[in-house]
Design a protein around this ligand. Sequence first.
Ligand code: NAD
Length: 466
Amino acid sequence: MAESAGTPVKTQLAVIGGGPGGYHAAFYAADLGLQVVLIDPAENPGGVCLYRGCIPSKALLHVAKVVSEAAESADIGVSFAAPEIDIDKVRSWKNEVIAKLTGALGMQADRKNVTRIRGTAKFTGPHTLQVISVDGAESSLEFEQAILATGSRPVMLPGLKPSARIMTSTGALDLDDVPASLLVVGGGYIGLELGSAYAALGSEVSVVEMTGGLLPGCDRDLVSVLKRRLDKKFKAIMLNTKVAAVAEEKDGVTVTFEDKKGSRNETFAKILVAVGRRPVTDGLGLKTAGIAIDDKGFVKVDAQRRTSVPRIFAVGDIASEPMLAHKAYGEADVAAENAAGGKAVYDPRAIPAVVFTDPEIAWCGLTETEARAQGRKVRTSKLPWRGNGRTLTLGRDDGLTKLITDPETGLLLGVALVGPGAGELIAEGVLALEMAATGKDLRHTIHPHPTLSETLYEAARMLPRE
Ligand code: NAD
């Protein structure tokens, strides 16, 4: 890798963190002609998304899909024997996927002459970083500009530490084994995705969520379609329930639950804590550099993604919510362009959210709940998928497409879907929102038949003709 040429002492742009925000910014800045140093402890770029997040979880969810489709295909006249899961092989396939993707990013960095340093960096002043390499060597790097992209890490329950039985998403994705029973604490993105994967691999999965519903922040009509299926896959979904105590024992983890009926104990082979993530801002010397943090712990940035020190940018999970890789890409483009002398502004109309469960849930723009909470006039058009030809030919009848529009202008305010493949379909909604499309625009767009995308067209046809 490029580091072998010797650790540089000066650079035009230092990028700290090699996840989607960091590598995307580094590559684009190099394309724009800047001399770039990318600092990250891993062998290759990739960050949480590729090593311990999006990619390994999607690989495991693919295994889950194969298992559940094989089981359900008996209903359409094709029966398979019960699957035999070779967990070592599943794990090595998942690791191969990671290695291919991260290796390709490493090669891309080298082709673009991005100098990589394996290590961690800390500001020692407004223009200098102390870099500690993975082999312990210390050096100093002077930079003209910097982009901070150190991401986020899982939040733990107070008083708990990760162990062989108490996992965060990182441990769960290592896939050491398939525990006989697994408690997932937190019914959000990670809990439901990884809970689904472990259920398909053979664990008896229970979910405990402290609020009154799964996936807070997502419209309830979408969640209820997912919940109907999860109720069959999971042993229990405990809502409005708190985890009052966790005791790790030799043979399992005993958890005390509290709800309005009282408290009770249950023992699980393992638990997965998925109660959110927080930005990684510690140990970076942000104060020394004069970089301000907001009251939620995110680095404060302006529309150009400049921090309170204008030559230092921040992108991705460290800079704001939503903590999503594709939002980091968007910010990275803006920061890199501005570092190269541009005047780009980060101002998306729609950032898609996708929960890769089965069925998938995806939405963009305003949710119906948000639109109504803003006191707007809202018209929705909801199309259940059971009448869609393609859905039935897939052996499914669950799914819903919803358009959220402004009744006065016809403008789309939000698009939401639940159903198999919703994560792919939402891209049309994102483009429609970015292009300020109306329901009429969708209705006059010819969609391919027979596809699930027709549900967007059909939902638009249900809106009153303007
Ligand atoms: P989340 O915010 O999606 O969900 C956390 C859940 O835990 C919430 O429902 C919350 O009410 C619940 N909770 C919090 N404290 C609890 C407690 N003590 N007991 C029981 N429940 C509790 O967080 P996550 O699932 O950890 O994911 C973190 C972030 O990672 C997400 O916000 C998302 O941005 C990102 N992510 C995205 C994807 C994707 O895009 N598909 C997948 C995984 C993660």
